[in-house]
Design a protein around this ligand. Structure first.
Ligand code: FAD
Length: 298
């Protein structure tokens, strides 16, 4: 048995709808207990036969080694193409170069290139400081000078919180495609109309690349509300009615959350979406249930 066969023998592939593809996002685990849970869930999620798995990067680069090591290990253990998220704010170009080279040498050729959130302590390199990249489009240009990467970027159907308006934000998205990005993955959203309106504006702006919807199954409603506020994502009233003040770990919650997620996916599919990016939060159950209910798994 060669290495690829050995890796794939750890999970048996579920039968996926051939018209649909998906990608799965994980975060690197910081404790031993979380790591155990992650490595238990990876084969369950790899069985969904994703086009790729991505590993997030800690704010301000705080988990850079975990990201790099986790991405390399996921690829080695699953042989599923693996992408690493990489943020540039506050990290010197020379350090980005070291990380990028290590990823490339270890078969991680897909990068989700991001600026990252502004650090809370306010230490931001001066905009003229040439030792740093200041925005994602600059990072993309820099990465292409280092190695040949496939690059994805972030897009915001409800506008990035710092952007003065959606048109300025779409101009920025265009800069990222002009710099060489192949596709964008959206911030989480729960109202599909926000995605459709955004897509229309993006196409009008002359961007024809894929804008992949980021799907966020609601594993814990309270945390989702907090996170959505930080991201400028609106939460439809019906979700409050269904989930507010109800226990998030109950079977009933998981069932309802999978139904809601599946309904969102089905509507997107009916409107032409063929690839879905799942924010898994390192939990397999809800993602697998949502894929089953929505017909992604047949
Ligand atoms: P940019 O595209 O650089 O834009 C940032 C802001 O600056 C926008 O408001 C934009 O309109 C504005 N802007 C851009 N260029 C200019 C310019 N020249 N002049 C003035 N304004 C400008 N964060 C993490 O820390 N780790 C992760 O792994 C991670 N993964 C993510 C994955 C996805 C799919 C998404 C959607 C987000 C992710 N984030 C992650 C969050 C992301 O880092 C933040 O949203 C961050 O604030 C913006 O990053 P960006 O790459 O979109 O920035």
């Amino acid at each position: 048995m060669n290495h690829v066969e050995h890796a794939k023998s750890r999970f048996s592939l579920l039968k996926r709808n051939p018209d649909i593809s998906l990608s799965l996002e994980f975060f690197p685990s910081k404790t031993e207990k979380a790591a155990e849970a992650l490595w238990e869930d990876i084969p369950k999620l790899a069985a969904l036969n994703p086009s790729y798995i991505s590993v997030t990067y800690g704010a301000g680069g705080s988990s850079k080694n975990w990201t790099v090591d986790t991405a390399i290990r996921i690829f080695r253990e699953t042989m599923v193409p693996t992408a690493a998220h990489l943020t540039c704010i506050g990290t010197k170009k020379s350090e980005i170069e070291n990380i990028a080279r290590k990823l490339h040498e270890n078969h991680i050729h897909h990068i989700i290139a991001l600026r990252g959130d502004m650090p809370k302590d306010g230490v931001i390199p001066d905009s003229n400081d040439n030792d740093y990249y200041h925005y994602a489009n600059e990072l993309i240009e820099g990465l292409y000078k280092i190695c040949e990467f496939d690059i994805s970027v972030a897009a915001y159907p409800e506008k990035h919180p710092e952007a003065p308006n959606i048109d300025v934000d779409i101009d920025n998205l265009k800069k990222k495609f002009d710099a060489g990005a192949s596709r964008a993955i959206t911030q989480l959203f729960f109202d599909n109309n926000k995605y459709y309106d955004f897509l229309e504006k993006v196409r009008k702006a002359g961007i024809n690349a894929p804008i992949i919807p980021g799907i966020f199954p609601i594993s814990n409603f309270e945390n989702t509300v907090k996170f959505a506020k930080m991201c400028n994502t609106s939460i439809p009233k019906n979700l409050y009615k269904i989930f507010e003040n109800k226990p998030s770990c109950s079977e009933e919650h998981i069932k309802r959350a999978a139904e809601i997620c599946a309904a969102q996916i089905c509507d997107l599919r009916d409107n032409g979406v063929k690839h879905f990016h799942f924010y898994t939060l390192n939990r397999s159950r809800l993602v697998v249930d949502s894929c089953n209910l929505s017909g992604i798994i047949i």
